[in-house]
Structure formats: structure tokens, C-alpha cells
Design a binder for this molecule. Structure first.
Ligand code: NAD
Ligand code: UDP
Length: 311
């Protein structure tokens, strides 16, 4: 039987891919979004899809879309540029927004999955990051509006499970990329792809020795759907465990785009995590999941999208 699913942040990068995956599984999807960082173009291919509708609203104010069977809570600014610009909005969506969606799940007896983040680990002192690590977050630093909002959300989701028995799931997402990643949101893959395709210098912050682990969007969505159907209520890392320095990532981007753009070193932002790599033992064991797409393959699959962005 077709389920009715609510996806918050549906017009965003990940939310729109999630809507596609749910619809192709036969679900009916109600997307909500306030379009603060999302883009209607991410959903334009669904304009004639009878099982999908988008409602423009801010989840920080109580709302009710009617009975739903499952809620995926993906609404939040996500890139450092976006959450710095929308600092208080980011705190509100991670607090009031999360509580409002949890209240809906409680009211309708719906399952619930929250998009948390590797940023909960802050600048980690444990490497690779295991879910049992509590993190190293500066509560008053420039990234705190995002990190602490996400940490509050995790506490709220856990409380609704513990006190009210809501069937909750928490995914800690590590840096994910692919088509529909906003070209101008300042994240490293979008910045460097756009710069390489324009033949402009690639901006590397610091000396480029800091690391990230990049997951292609189809791998991430597959892991999230498996988690949503599991009986696991504790956080689960979903990400690609292959770790790259930012300089190595820039070299991959130059190779994939065939660009000869030079590299320009700029100041490292304050509190920029020095390394990040998920330990995915839990996802492997609990969900039988692991990523399949290499960084080279994922960048190749994203090339046409970024070419269209710079055209
Ligand atoms: P995105 O900015 O593309 O999408 C977020 C969407 O949420 C946007 O469409 C935006 O308009 C919407 N939104 C923001 N505030 C809202 C509000 N108050 N009410 C309704 N809609 C609102 O970002 P994304 O990369 O797709 O991230 C989606 C989720 O996944 C976020 O919660 C983010 O924190 C999380 N996440 C993403 C990554 C990643 O690498 N992309 C990593 C970790 C966690
Ligand atoms: N970064 C960079 N050049 C850019 C954008 C980002 O060197 O044009 C660096 C950034 O300082 C960080 C890493 O790339 O060390 C990943 O940044 P992103 O904003 O993509 O994600 P996050 O820091 O949230 O993991």
C-alpha cells in the first residue's frame, strides 16, 4: 500500500533527491519548504507528478499537512555560507522546526528520520569518527549556530523516542555532493567545480591539508532509506570513508573537468575542522550498507549539472 510521506526541505539538494527516491518506490510525497536556500528548479521535473505536491511554509511555525505515515526532516540551511548568513534562522529551524515536525509524528503515529550531520563532532579529536564520540564543538564559534542546532535536534529526537515512543531515526550525514548541489553555496565541491569550469583559480582555504570524505548523493539516499526502515534509534553515520585532503580533491576536480586553472590559497576560516572521516561500521553491520561510487565517478556524474550551472 502506498505510504504518505512528508519531506521537509524538499526543494533542497538532498530533499529533492529523497523525494525522487520515495516516489519511485511508489510512495505519495508531500514536500514542504520555505525556499530560503532551496530552489524550485530542483523539483521542476515533478510538476506533472500526481503523487507529489509542494507546500511553501516555514516549519518553525506549527503546521499540519494532515495524516502522514513517515516524516523525513531535512529542512535547514546546510552550507557554511548559508548558515552564517541565516544564523538565527538556522538555530530556529533546528529547535522549533524540529519540535514542530516531531509533534506531527507524535500526533499521527508516523515514523521519523532527522538529517543530522558530521558537524555534531565539531573539530574531532577522535578519528575516524564513531557514533559514540560526543564531539568537540565550540558553542560560541562561527559554526555554532549550525552545530549546536543539530545537536539540540538530536537531543529532541531522542527525547520524543524516549518519552513518547515515537519511532525515530538519526542519520549523521558526512559531506555529500552531486547534481543539484547549489552552485553558489560556497561548499568546496561546488566552488571548485564552478571555478574549474570557468577557468578561474581554484580557492583552497588554508594549505589544503585539511581532510573531508565525500559521499555521492545516490549512495547517501540509499543508506538513508535503509535506516528509515530499520529498528535503530541511535545515530548512524552515513558517508564515504575514503578520506581526501582538500588539495587532492582539487586535483581530482581539475582532472575530471580537464581544466588547467591554477590554485589560489586563501585564509582558513575559524574553527574549520582539520579532518573528517566516518567510521561506518554501524551502517555496515546494521544496514548492510556501504557506498559504491568513488569520488572520480561521482564528479564525472556531476559534470553535466555543473556545466549547465556555468553556461
Ligand atoms: P539545502 O540548503 O540544499 O536544502 C535545505 C532545504 O531546507 C532548502 O530547500 C531550504 O529552503 C529548506 N529550509 C531551510 N529552512 C527552512 C524552514 N525553516 N522551513 C522550511 N524549509 C526550510 O541543503 P542540503 O545539502 O540539501 O541539506 C539538507 C539537510 O541535510 C540539512 O538538514 C543539512 O543540515 C543536512 N546535511 C547535509 C549535508 C550535505 O553534505 N549536503 C551534510 C550533513 C547534513
Ligand atoms: N574549502 C576550500 N575552498 C572552498 C570552499 C571550501 O578550501 O572554496 C574548504 C573548507 O575550508 C573546508 C573544506 O573545504 O576545509 C570543506 O568545506 P565545505 O564548506 O564544503 O564543508 P564543511 O566545512 O562544512 O565540511
Amino acid at each position: 500500500m502506498s505510504r504518505k510521506i512528508l519531506v521537509t526541505g524538499a526543494a533542497g539538494f538532498l530533499g529533492s533527491h529523497l523525494c525522487d527516491a520515495l516516489l519511485s518506490n511508489g510512495d505519495t510525497v508531500v514536500g514542504v519548504d520555505n525556499l530560503s536556500t532551496g530552489n524550485l528548479a530542483n523539483l521542476s521535473h515533478l510538476s506533472h507528478e500526481s503523487c507529489f505536491r509542494l507546500i511553501e511554509l516555514d516549519i518553525c511555525k506549527p503546521f499540519d499537512t494532515g495524516k502522514v505515515d513517515y516524516i523525513f526532516n531535512f529542512a535547514s540551511p546546510a552550507s557554511p555560507i548559508d548558515y552564517s548568513r541565516l544564523g538565527v534562522e538556522t538555530l530556529l529551524v533546528g529547535s522549533a522546526g524540529t519540535i514542530n515536525t516531531l509533534d506531527l509524528a507524535r500526533k499521527y503515529g508516523a515514523g521519523y528520520l532527522h538529517a543530522s550531520t558530521s558537524e555534531c563532532y565539531g573539530d574531532p579529536e577522535v578519528h575516524p569518527q564513531v557514533e559514540t564520540y560526543w564531539g568537540n564543538v565550540n558553542p560560541v564559534g562561527p559554526r555554532s549556530v549550525y552545530d549546536e542546532a543539530k545537536r539540540f535536534s538530536e537531543a529532541a529526537v531522542t527525547a520524543y523516542h524516549r518519552y513518547y515512543g515515537v519511532d525515530t531515526h538519526l542519520v549523521r550525514i558526512f559531506n555529500t555532493y552531486g547534481p543539484r548541489l547549489q552552485a553558489s553555496d560556497g561548499r568546496v565541491i561546488s566552488n571548485l567545480m564552478v571555478q574549474a569550469l570557468r577557468g578561474e583559480p581554484l580557492t583552497i582555504y588554508g594549505d589544503g591539508s585539511q581532510t573531508r570524505s565525500f559521499c555521492y548523493v545516490s549512495d547517501l539516499i540509499e543508506g538513508i532509506l535503509l535506516l528509515s526502515r530499520s529498528g535503530e534509534h541511535l545515530p548512524v553515520n552515513i558517508g564515504n570513508p575514503v578520506e581526501w585532503t582538500i588539495l587532492e580533491c582539487a586535483q581530482e576536480i581539475l582532472a575530471v573537468t580537464g581544466s588547467r586553472a591554477e590554485i589560489l590559497f586563501r585564509d582558513l576560516p575559524q574553527d574549520d575542522p582539520t579532518r573528517r572521516r566516518p567510521d561506518i561500521t554501524r551502517a555496515r553491520t546494521l544496514l548492510n550498507w556501504e557506498p559504491k561510487v568513488t569520488l572520480r565517478q561521482g564528479l564525472e556524474r556531476s559534470l553535466e549539472y555543473f556545466k549547465a550551472c556555468v553556461a
